[in-house]
Design a binder for this molecule. Structure first.
Ligand code: PAF
Length: 283
């Protein structure tokens, strides 16, 4: 497996592959890879000859400096995991902060038709400017044909689709289903930081989402939301930050259900000091 630390060398290598007619898939990550990431890489091989995986903990998308500091950095383990998927057709790009940000570690300001103000945008100031900045920069460096993003970060996925549309970026975005552990917890690099007590209670999140989905079949969004809030009040180990049922196009909370629209329920919560998010398709 080839690993690049420098964008110029990486771009030259990819250009040469493209000149030979190879198509390039791209999976951007912040490392601490797990089976969820590997499922994106495997999806990448459905349509592409090679898959580039970037491993970069992007400072401009963290609004909490302690979270940035504590974010797991496990490059050797990540490369070993990727090797188990393919020894020859994966290219790793693990840049330094300087290779990406050159002189100033600063996010560009973006407008994503209001998607950036909802949910994660409301609770994590500047987060989507940071995500937009790094993803656009990585697309410019890698120039992939297809790029793969997990639906666990569904708002991020919709924002990246919007970024591509508004900036006419020549890449096709593929959203991939949430990868869950056997007990239902959505895979996340943050899961390794859960205490055993919090890890043990965490299946409660998906269990509650699944029941909320059933209830949404017959009840109003408000009714379902009140029910979820009550469940979390009774579960002292998990602190609910938000539960929102939203239209998947606008990400705005649903006021009145319409059969013409598609909805998803989104949740963010704290398990101790670890912030987790998850979501579920409702109709
Ligand atoms: O989803 C992530 O891991 C990050 O937000 C991404 C897309 C790699 C950008 O840093």
């Amino acid at each position: 497996m080839k690993t690049f630390y420098n964008k110029i060398e990486l771009s030259a290598y990819i250009e040469a592959l493209k000149a030979k007619g190879h198509s390039v898939g791209f999976v951007p990550t912040m490392g601490a890879l797990h089976n969820g990431h590997l499922s994106l890489v495997r999806a990448g091989f459905d349509k592409n000859d090679v898959v580039v995986v970037s491993i970069f903990v992007n400072p401009t998308q963290f609004n909490n400096s302690e979270d940035l500091l504590k974010y797991p950095r496990t490059l050797d383990d990540d490369v070993a995991l990727l090797n188990s998927v393919s020894k020859t057709a994966i290219i790793v790009y693990a840049p330094s902060v300087e290779d990406i940000y050159t002189t100033k570690i600063e996010a560009q300001k973006f407008k994503f038709d209001g998607l950036e103000h909802e949910m994660e945008g409301a609770f994590r100031a500047g987060h989507f400017d940071g995500v937009g900045t790094i993803v656009k920069r990585l697309f410019e460096i890698v120039k992939p044909d297809y790029a793969y993003f997990g639906e666990k970060d569904f708002q991020q996925l919709q924002i990246i689709r919007k970024l591509v549309a508004l900036h006419h970026l020549p890449v096709k975005i593929i959203g991939c289903e949430i990868y869950r552990t056997d007990d239902g917890l959505a895979m996340s690099s943050r899961n390794t930081r859960l205490t055993s007590q919090h890890r043990a209670i965490s299946p409660f999140i998906y269990k509650t989402l699944k029941t909320a989905k059933i209830k949404f079949g017959t009840k109003s969004a408000q009714n379902v939301t009140e029910w979820v809030i009550k469940q979390f009040k009774n579960e002292s180990l998990l602190e609910l930050e938000y539960f929102i049922i939203a239209d998947i196009e606008t990400l705005k909370p649903v006021k009145r259900k319409s059969t013409k629209k598609t909805y998803r329920a989104f949740i963010a919560l704290y398990a101790g000091d670890i912030r987790l998010i998850d979501n579920i398709a409702l109709n």
